[in-house]
Design a protein around this ligand. Structure first.
Ligand SMILES: [Zn+2]
Ligand SMILES: [Zn+2]
Length: 65
């Protein structure tokens, strides 16, 4: 088996990957902490999803600096 075939770039981290969200584009909601509920109701910040778009990369998961 040739392992090089499975490591196309030879790097663990892709270049430009957002460090704030680890490239997912989403971060845990700061208001509800990821549970999607706030004061017994749907969290207004994330709409109940428990995650919000990363403010560092605007949800793209990539930073071009
Ligand atoms: Zn929330
Ligand atoms: Zn990000």
């Amino acid at each position: 088996m040739d392992l090089k075939k499975f490591i196309p770039y030879g790097k663990f981290e892709a270049p430009g990957k957002c460090y704030n969200c680890a490239g997912s584009g989403l971060v845990p909601c700061g208001r509800c902490g990821g549970c999607g509920r706030s004061n017994g109701d749907t969290c207004p910040d994330c709409g109940g999803r428990g995650t919000t778009l990363c403010g560092r990369c605007d949800g793209s998961g990539i930073i071009d600096d």
